[in-house]
Design a protein around this ligand. Structure first.
Ligand code: SF4
Ligand code: MG
Length: 323
């Protein structure tokens, strides 16, 4: 993703003026083959839109999406459909992603039917393999979604996402809707399959601790902008952006004596974007400069970059850092 801008317009009504909500502003991110990019931030920061733009499900208003070095084809063209087989998405709600009237096996086979992969016989074999790969029994393929638990359903969604042997998987809060007790199981399956298939993965979550545990690179988003990126080690041990610092400090730690820091002010509202630094109304070290000048991403050290006036040195190309 190179300098992606995405804005939603709403037509005015009798009581509402027409307005534009800016969802993404100059977002540049790279998912490398075989690696995991974690994207974190509060709800409304543009994480999901970032994932949808990366898959060509949503067309940006400005900027460039490259997949395997090629520009993203226009939606609903033949090239776009071919690309869609190579990049898949796993959403938060497995029940919403599945059709209750179809069996699990039918739904895992469906992408292969759509993309004309294999014969009925080979598809059946592949479905059995995929069920085993995600830790379901082949006979569970005959079940309907409502006959499975939430964790089993998300495994089925994962099996379906892998049916076309994609190279890129975008996972949007893939375990947030699941019971805490089974989240780790599903994450472990996801990681095992990611390694086995050499998948590039964008893992979107509000849970910085989880993302830090599994990602190779992490991007922190705030109000449609990437405010910091780097390795999990860098972000956890030496967060530079004041927002990342609060996020890291708020990770629950049973041994912490001091109270956890909180964010002051309102959570971000994309329809009311503050001038200057988007974080300034909640930043404890903001100065006058912050309410007028937008800080750009600047290099801190190595791969770590942050968008704060008081951090790092100027750099010209936000894509120099592969996060
Ligand atoms: Fe805070 Fe200013 Fe840095 Fe924004 S630019 S994070 S308001 S200090
Ligand atoms: Mg979301």
């Amino acid at each position: 993703l190179r300098n992606i801008v995405r804005r939603y317009g709403s037509a005015g009504g009798v009581f509402r003026p027409a307005r534009t909500v800016s969802v993404l502003e100059e977002v540049s991110l790279t998912v490398e083959r075989g690696r995991i990019l974690g994207v974190v931030g509060e709800s409304g920061c543009g994480k999901s839109t970032t994932g949808r733009v990366a898959l060509g499900l949503e067309v940006p208003d400005a900027g460039e999406v490259l997949f395997d070095g090629q520009p993203m084809p226009k939606p609903d063209t033949r090239e776009w459909r071919q690309m869609r087989a190579r990049a898949q998405m796993v959403f938060q709600d497995p029940l919403g992603a599945l059709d209750r009237r179809m069996t699990i096996a039918e739904q895992i086979a469906e992408p292969m039917v759509i993309h004309r992969i294999g014969t009925p016989g080979t598809r059946k074999e592949r479905v059995a393999e995929l069920l085993t790969a995600v830790g379901l029994r082949p006979d569970q393929g005959r079940s309907h979604p409502l006959q499975l638990s939430g964790g089993q359903r998300q495994r089925a969604v994962l099996a379906r996402a892998l049916a076309t042997t994609p190279e890129l998987l975008v996972c949007d809060e893939p375990v947030s809707a699941l019971d805490v007790s089974i989240q780790a199981q599903v994450v472990n399956i996801l990681l095992r399959l990611q390694r086995e298939f050499g998948l590039g993965m964008m893992f979107i979550s509000h849970d910085l601790k989880l993302v830090g545990n599994i990602a190779d690179e992490v991007a922190v988003m705030y109000l449609g902008r990437v405010v910091e990126k780097g390795s999990p080690e860098q972000l956890f041990s030496d967060p530079q952006h004041p927002y990342t610092q609060v996020l890291v400090a708020s990770i629950p730690d049973p041994f912490r004596r001091r109270p956890r820091p909180a964010l002051k002010g309102e959570p971000p509202d994309p329809s009311h974007r503050p001038a200057g630094c988007p974080f300034h109304p909640r930043c404890t070290i903001a100065t006058d400069l912050c309410s007028t000048e937008l800080p750009v991403l600047r290099r801190v050290s190595g791969r770590q970059m942050a968008a704060c006036h008081f951090v790092g040195a100027a750099t010209t190309d936000p894509l120099e850092v592969p996060a």
